[in-house]
Design a protein around this ligand. Structure first.
Ligand code: ACO
Length: 535
């Protein structure tokens, strides 16, 4: 992603000075295999797609082709029109390079077609712009910043990490280099937990030791059980806010110390203890709130089965426990997401793990992050019947609403988590799954129609709600369940931050009234005293 500024010379350039010309073009009817050959021969990353009359109708890139292969689409029989980005955003040959840079930055495009009149004159690649972008020099401490990072820090790398990464364009994310969806297909929660916090998948004896430690870590610290009972009956109880309080007081009861003062081993021990306790706290709060006796975690059950057992009091069906386990593995970590960033910012101050986890839960609570799965199900309820889908979804988008469970800041293709969760949901079966698939297909069609070129796909939250509902998790426990698995990712990030720390303290570009302003008369301490009722 382009994050630099333009030098004076580059700032005077137009798109025409940098673009690849003439544009490499293909017709919309040709196959993916033929398009791949054209890109290969021209040695470019993207081509403009033209209709029979020579008008621009789309863009096709190497990434589209790669993705199609990944989705088992036959390149010999599928046409470019099926995978291209339709109605692409365009540049004009006279546009300044800064305009292109802004589009690359804000909309995450990699190639843009450049138009001259009605003709495609060339293609500008992000690489062309990067070549002339001058990366901003490190400013001396104390000087005011002059360049604003993209809103929402989109595309800005703010740290190095070995925990994992998301490749949004490719629809791929990994934990320490392993394809996370594959881990969810094949591994247990404890194996992946070990991978994330210790860096490697465990062998059999390492797993046995780790699992034993994780089970032992589920024991509540002294005095917490009573306080949980009290929190659970407070007015305006919500599971997530109660969990946030529960984590905070548990960390205090454990006496977690500032990470600044801890060795990596001590930090790791605190991390394991708290991550193992999060589901225990949540389930105790839930059962107290509903007037039920809490169920202690069964040491013979793995994380996911113990989770369902603590919820219902009965040993779960293995298929349900495995479905939940796959969901939990898929949501353990996801790059530098907002809650992970929050946990790292708090850890960067040298604060304790309880503070970092409490803050992270707060960040996760927002509907734009972790708070959507119950909303996605609420949308299914509001639609009610398949026949109403089209009309309902149209009306929502036209009213400026967002369809919950669709769109993602990083994935501009299928979210691999939604792909696996769709499979898990189908395996669990049921009428709701069939209905959800119908709504998904309709929503994708309507989004393509009403929000063309935005590349909005199903995100993890859509099928997460369906899967959790199918295994018996109440709706208000969806996001808290997400918090339980994400606690593993948070703790991996916290340990990494603590091990190689630097205080995270960015700057803001001040845009308020020009300083220094005169304080109007009447605001001095003396006159305040004079007007006070108790001078
Ligand atoms: N429904 C309808 N339109 C959408 C949606 C959606 N779900 N998502 C984005 N858009 C549209 C926007 O209205 C905007 O259109 P415009 O260009 O006409 O203004 C365009 O797509 C780009 O939207 P942005 O806000 O720039 O996209 P951003 O990357 O900031 O948004 C987000 C990502 C917040 C997840 C968004 O897609 C959204 O609100 N989705 C619904 C909530 C949701 O599902 N959240 C869970 C996310 S997954 C997770 O965090 C674990």
């Amino acid at each position: 992603m382009v994050t630099g500024t333009l030098s004076l010379v580059a700032a005077s350039l137009t798109v025409a000075n940098l673009m690849h010309a003439p544009a490499v073009v293909v017709s919309e009817g040709i196959t993916l295999a033929a398009a791949a050959q054209v890109l290969d021969q021209a040695n470019v990353g993207a081509a403009a797609v033209l209709d029979g009359a020579g008008r621009l109708v789309g863009m096709v890139s190497e990434r589209d082709l790669l993705r199609s292969v990944g989705h088992h689409i036959d390149p010999a029989t599928t046409s470019v029109a099926d995978v291209m980005t339709r109605d692409p955003v365009t540049l004009h040959i006279s546009d300044p390079v800064a305009t292109a840079m802004r589009l690359f930055r804000e909309r995450r495009f990699r190639h843009l077609p450049v138009i001259d009149g009605t003709r495609v004159a060339g293609i500008l690649s992000i690489r062309h712009v990067v070549r002339v972008a001058q990366i901003e020099q490190v400013r001396p401490a104390g000087s005011a910043p002059s360049e604003l990072a993209p809103r929402g820090l989109e595309g800005v790398a703010v740290a190095e990490t070995s925990v994992g990464d998301v490749r949004g364009e490719e629809g791929f994310f990994h934990y320490r280099g392993y394809n996370a969806a594959e881990l969810a297909r094949r591994c247990s929660f404890e194996q992946v937990w070990h991978l994330l916090v210790n860096g490697e998948l465990p062998d059999a004896s390492e797993l046995a030791v780790f699992s034993e430690r994780a089970v032992a870590a589920r024991r509540l610290p002294e005095g917490v059980a009573d306080m949980l009972r009290q929190i659970a009956v407070l007015p305006n109880y919500t599971p997530l806010s109660s969990l946030r309080s529960g984590v905070s007081l548990t960390a205090a009861a454990l006496g977690t110390q500032p990470t600044l003062d801890l060795s990596p081993e001590q930090t790791g021990a605190d991390c394991l203890r708290i991550a193992a306790l999060v589901p225990v706290l949540l389930m105790r709060l839930h059962r107290h709130h509903h007037g039920q006796r809490p169920v202690d975690p069964d040491p013979d059950l793995g994380y996911a089965a113990a989770y369902l057992h603590m919820l219902t009091g009965t040993r779960p069906d293995p298929a349900a426990a495995r479905a939940l386990e796959q969901y939990l593995i898929l949501t353990m970590d996801h790059g530098f997401n907002s809650s992970t960033f929050t946990a790292r910012v708090i850890t960067s101050t040298g604060s304790d793990i309880g503070s970092a986890l409490t803050g992270a839960i707060g960040a996760l609570a927002g509907p734009l992050h972790g708070g959507a799965p119950s909303r996605a199900l609420a949308m299914l309820d509001a639609i009610g019947t398949p026949e109403r889908a089209e009309e309902y979804l149209h009306a929502e988008i036209q009213a400026g609403q967002r369809l919950m469970g669709f769109g993602h800041r990083v994935y501009k293709t299928d979210d691999p988590r939604s792909t696996l969760l769709r499979e898990v949901a189908i395996e669990l079966g049921g009428t709701q799954v069939d209905f959800a698939r119908h709504i998904e297909a309709t929503a994708l069609r309507v989004l393509e129609q009403l929000k063309p070129g935005r590349r909005l796909y199903t995100n993890v939250e859509f099928y997460a709600g369906v899967v959790m509902n199918s295994v018996g998790i109440p709706r208000d426990m969806f996001t808290p369940t997400f918090a339980c698995s994400r606690a593993v990712g948070w703790t991996a990030a916290i340990a990494e931050q603590a091990a190689n720390n630097r205080l995270i303290r960015p700057s803001a570009l001040y845009v308020g009234p020009a300083p220094p302003r005169e304080i109007p008369d009447g605001y001095g301490v003396k006159s305040m005293a004079a007007t006070s009722a108790h001078p």
